[in-house]
Design a protein around this ligand. Structure first.
Ligand code: FAD
Length: 475
């Protein structure tokens, strides 16, 4: 006979979204059950953000010697001990893991159950034959998995995904990457800088969701690093065994075979719903993810879906944002409405590519009147001191100056986007950014200069000239 549990909230999946809901609910003294079938911490900690950023950090150190001479420092080519790089990545995961551990959550008062959750009916979730959970509310936070495209030969050919690539004990001689989205390109740059030859194959446009002008700066740096990016090529079939992989690309009349030692598939994500028994609970699902309303409720009003499985923007901070909304709605009955208008995202290549709000293309598509403000990194003193002059900011404003969006490409863009996220979410006017006092010399001044650019030319306007003359007369 299974144990019957009757908590207020049952959370399925202990990744970024699920852990946030469970921790918040427990902090308010609400009985919570949290079910996890794999590793606590989910994709972000184990197979996503944390290992990829740790690998990129190692890669940045490996690449630093190339520019050291510009600063008057020379050292020879680095020796890369890939097994130790892997240890570094594992060490970072291990350092963060206690925050997401069963021990910590049990200590917070959460009942953590290891196993795969599936709905038995609209109000019951089972974990094997051991538990039946009849909760007041359920939160599905089961995340996503790498989407494996139906390429002939792929199933029989050894290939890597984000779930296996961080386990490699040696650096690939030649890594072939299918997919030039953020995940494919971050890993392409990391492995190139750590010594692999890297070829990226993309059927459409690399970094297709980003401002093309800014994405071009990232792609240019990748090319300088020696990453070969082939855009607009369809992969027709793959084959291989051991340390030999052949990828055939081309069109009907022309085919080309590209050979490598390892193959990474980074062609998007698919929601983790297969084992949930959604149909038994009356929960509708589309290929992109579980169908949710603006409160993140599924078609079964007792059940919410958050994070990657809800099919919107797939980032850790989005899963956390969703978790906050669900806690407010499910526990406190507060009105909430999920919106992606002010959700930033960052591609952590070097240079970084960061974005929030409307892009220029999206503004054009909406047919709204808008203005583009820009400022280049090379006009910034700190960027000059750091010799990090490649990049720029692009700000989209309404004709009256309301900040609608910003894209930054360049050194530390992921940090610099924070102020613009606040500006977009708080509907600030660009005047606020133009008049803000910032420490000198910092890269954040790049954004301020873009904001001031809106007023360039104002001095020639008759009204402004009259006001300045009046102020002078008044002393
Ligand atoms: C290589 C890579 C790099 C990334 N880098 C970044 C980054 O830099 N910044 C960023 O914001 N985002 C990044 N992401 C995206 C980020 O990892 C995800 O958006 C985030 O992890 C989603 O959180 P989640 O809670 O929805 O799902 P997850 O974190 O994936 O957690 C879902 C959990 O549910 C469990 N589960 C699934 N089904 C069941 C079931 N039936 N029963 C019980 N448990 C179940 C899974 O085992 C998993 O642990 C990256 C992703 C990848 C792949």
């Amino acid at each position: 006979m299974p144990d019957i549990l009757q908590p207020d909230i049952c959370v399925i999946g202990a990744g970024s979204g699920g852990l946030s809901v469970a921790a918040a609910a427990a902090a308010f003294g609400v009985p919570v059950v949290l079910i996890e079938r794999g590793r606590m911490g989910g994709d972000c900690l184990n197979y996503g953000c944390v290992p990829s950023k740790s690998l990129l950090a190692a890669a940045r150190h490996a690449a630093a010697f190339r520019h050291a001479a510009d600063f008057g420092i020379t050292y020879s080519r680095p020796t890369i001990d890939f097994a130790r790089v892997r240890e570094h990545v594992r060490g970072v995961i291990a350092a963060i893991a206690p925050n997401d551990s069963t021990e910590r959550f049990t200590g917070l008062g959460v009942r953590v159950i290891a196993g795969t959750a599936r709905f038995n009916d609209a109000a019951t979730v089972a974990v094997g034959d051991d538990f039946e959970i009849k909760a007041r509310r359920f939160v599905i936070a089961t995340g996503s998995s790498p989407a494996i495209p139906p390429i002939p030969g792929l199933a029989e050919t050894p290939h890597l995904t984000n779930e296996t690539i961080f386990d490699l004990a040696e650096c690939p001689a030649h890594l072939l990457v299918i997919g030039a989205g953020p995940i494919g390109l971050e890993l392409a740059q990391a492995f190139r800088r750590l010594g692999a030859a890297v070829t990226v194959l993309e059927a459409a446009t690399p970094l297709a969701h980003d401002d093309p002008e800014c994405a071009a700066i990232v792609l240019d740096q990748l090319a300088r690093d020696g990453v070969a990016i082939r855009a607009g090529v369809a992969v027709r079939r793959v084959a291989g065994a051991g340390r030999k992989v052949q990828v055939v690309v081309g069109t009907a009349d022309r085919e080309e075979t590209i050979e490598g030692s390892h193959l990474l598939v980074a062609t998007g994500r698919t929601p983790n719903v297969a084992e949930l028994g959604l149909e038994r609970a009356g929960i509708a699902c589309e290929p992109r993810g579980i169908v949710v309303d603006k409160r993140l409720r599924t078609t079964n009003k007792r059940v919410y879906a958050i994070g990657d499985v809800a099919g919107g923007l797939q980032f850790t901070h989005v899963a956390n944002y969703h978790a906050g909304l669900v806690v407010r709605h499910a526990l406190f009955r507060l009105p909430v409405a999920a919106s992606s208008d002010a959700l930033p995202w960052v591609t952590f290549t070097d240079p970084e590519l960061a974005h929030v709000g409307l892009t220029e293309a999206a503004a054009r598509l909406r047919g709204i009147a808008f203005q583009v403000l820009r400022w280049p990194y090379h006009e910034n003193d700190r960027a000059q001191a750091e010799r990090a002059t490649h990049g720029h900011i692009k700000v989209i404003t309404s004709p009256r100056g309301r900040i609608l969006g910003a894209t930054i490409v360049g050194h530390n863009a992921g940090e610099l986007i924070a102020a613009w996220s606040l500006a977009v979410s708080r509907r600030l006017n660009v005047r606020a950014m133009a008049t803000m006092v910032l420490p000198y010399p910092t890269l954040s001044e790049i954004g301020k200069r873009a904001a001031i650019a809106r007023y360039a030319g104002s001095l020639t306007r008759p009204m402004v000239r009259r006001i300045i003359a009046l102020l002078r007369r008044l002393g």
